[in-house]
Design a protein around this ligand. Structure first.
Ligand code: ADP
Ligand code: MG
Length: 256
C-alpha cells in the first residue's frame, strides 16, 4: 500500500480555522534589529507562504507568533486575541508549529511523541489521547508506525509524525518553518502533498518555504521578506509573474 496516496486530512476533522493579523512587529536581538515593522494578514482558512533569503527574518516572524521569541514591538492577533495575553498552553494548543528538524523525542515511541504533549496541554485522558493520536497518524498514513521509535523512520515519515503531533492539538493555525528543507529530495513531495491537502481542507497556514512550486500552487498569498521587512506581498501570480521590485526579481532569478 502506498500511504501517500491514501493519506489525507479530512476537512471535518479540523477545528474552526483562526485568522492571524500582525501589525508593526519588531524584534531586536541585543543591539541588532532583525524585524523592522512586519504587517501580515492571514485570513481564516487561507495559506500564506513566506519566501526570502536566509537571514531575512522569516523564522523570527513565526517564532514571535507562538512566542518562542518575545516580540519587541507591534501586535499579533490570533482570531482577534492578542497572543501576548494568552497563556503558554492555550497558545501551544491554538497554534501548531512544524520545524525543519522535526523536534521529535528520540527515546519515545511515535505515539508517545503525540500523546504526551497532547495530554499535558489539553489535559485529556490517556485513552482519549491515544485515540486522537491514532486518528491523526492514520491521516498522515503512519498508523502502523505508532509503536516504533522515530529513529527507525525516514525523514519524510518523521516530518509526517511531527505534522500529526501538531494537528492532534486541534490548532486553529499551523506554522511551518522550512518543513521540507532537511529531507532527501525524494521525500519532499509526500510532505508537500500532505501540506497541500491541509491547505485545501481549510487549515489556516503560514508556510516559510524554499519550495517555489508549492508557494505557487498552494498559497493564497505570498510574502517576500528581505532584511527584516516585507518587500512585496500579493497573489502567487503577482509575486512570481509580476515582481515589482529589483530585490524580488534578483531573489527569484537565484531560486527559480
Ligand atoms: P530566516 O529564517 O529568514 O533565515 P531568521 O529569522 O532565522 O532568518 O534570522 C533573522 C536574523 O536574526 C538573522 O540575522 C539571524 O542571525 C538573527 N537571529 C535569529 N535568531 C537569533 C538569536 N536567537 N540571537 C541573535 N540573533 C538571532
Ligand atoms: Mg529560518
Amino acid at each position: 500500500m502506498n500511504a501517500l496516496t491514501t493519506a489525507a486530512v479530512r476537512a471535518d476533522s479540523l477545528p474552526a480555522a483562526g485568522s492571524l493579523q500582525i501589525r508593526g512587529l519588531t524584534k531586536n536581538f541585543g543591539d541588532a534589529q532583525v524585524l523592522h515593522g512586519i504587517d501580515l494578514d492571514v485570513p481564516a482558512g487561507s495559506t500564506t507562504c513566506i519566501i526570502g533569503p536566509s537571514g531575512s527574518g522569516k523564522s523570527t516572524v513565526l517564532r514571535c507568533v507562538n512566542r518562542l521569541e518575545e516580540s519587541s514591538g507591534g501586535t499579533i492577533l490570533l482570531d482577534g486575541a492578542d497572543v501576548s495575553q494568552l497563556n503558554d498552553d492555550v497558545l501551544r494548543r491554538r497554534v501548531g508549529m512544524v520545524f525543519q528538524h522535526f523536534n521529535l523525542f528520540p527515546h519515545r515511541t511515535v505515539i508517545d511523541n503525540i500523546t504526551l504533549p497532547l495530554r499535558r496541554v489539553r489535559r485529556i485522558s490517556k485513552d482519549a489521547a491515544r485515540q486522537i493520536a491514532l486518528a491523526r497518524l492514520d491521516e498522515v498514513g503512519l498508523a502502523e508506525k505508532a509503536d516504533v521509535r522515530p529513529s527507525s523512520l525516514s525523514g519524510g515519515q518523521k516530518q509526517r509524525v511531527a505534522i500529526a503531533r501538531a494537528l492532534s492539538m486541534s490548532p486553529e493555525v499551523m506554522l511551518f518553518d522550512e518543513a521540507t528543507s532537511a529531507l532527501d529530495p525524494e521525500l519532499v513531495k509526500g510532505v508537500l502533498a500532505l501540506m497541500k491537502g491541509l491547505a485545501e481542507a481549510g487549515m489556516t497556514m503560514v508556510v516559510v518555504t524554499h519550495e517555489m512550486g508549492f508557494a505557487r500552487e498552494a498559497a493564497d498569498n505570498v510574502v517576500f521578506m528581505d532584511r527584516g521587512v516585507v518587500v512585496e506581498s500579493g497573489s502567487p501570480e503577482d509575486i512570481f509573474d509580476r515582481p515589482r521590485t529589483q530585490r524580488l526579481r534578483t531573489f527569484l532569478e537565484q531560486v527559480l
